[in-house]
Design a protein. Sequence first.
Length: 115
Amino acid sequence: MATIAATDMRGYGEKAVTVTTLTASDTFTYNSGKRPILILNNVTAGALTVNIDGDGASTVSVAGAGSFDISTGYDTGSIAAGDVVAIPLDSIRQYLQGTIAVTGGSGIEASLLEF
């Protein structure tokens, strides 16, 4: 299990970005006040779907639509070999409650940028 370390992007000039190669199950810390973005670079030979699941996420209520079960986590679309996707984590914050597990992405290079 690897921990995806955040890179602080505040300030001026270039930053050395920390890159973590994902294993079967990894984790990161979600800091909502830092506008984090998770970047997933699929350097493997095949398409992968990554699941991001906070163990404290269960249901979310949406006005006018009801309650939705989010306990199984957030799945990315299939990330083709050679593709890179960026996920603004604030957009999936409901899934990031509790301890976060990142699965399904073995071999993907992940970077977590905080602004």
